[in-house]
Design a protein. Structure first.
Length: 74
């Protein structure tokens, strides 16, 4: 497995979006596309806290697993 370099992203420059199914109490997370094709994820209740960044490949694997029901037990 190739070692990936860590990088930082200024979250204030990202365009964050929530799901249209976000609960009225704010229980949700937000996503933002990254310049390299990846995706950043943050807690909508704590937008100033650290966020997670996923590569395009990692995000594709996650979305594929969701579509196949791999996480339906959670």
């Amino acid at each position: 497995m190739e070692k990936q370099e860590l990088y930082t992203v200024d979250s204030t420059t990202l365009v964050w979006q929530k799901s249209s199914l976000t609960a009225n109490n704010g229980e949700c997370f937000e996503l933002a596309p990254l310049p390299d094709g990846g995706v950043a994820v943050r807690d909508s209740k704590n937008p100033d806290h650290p966020h997670l960044c996923f590569t395009a490949g990692e995000w594709a694997a996650f979305k594929g697993g969701m579509a196949l029901g791999d996480f339906d037990n959670l």
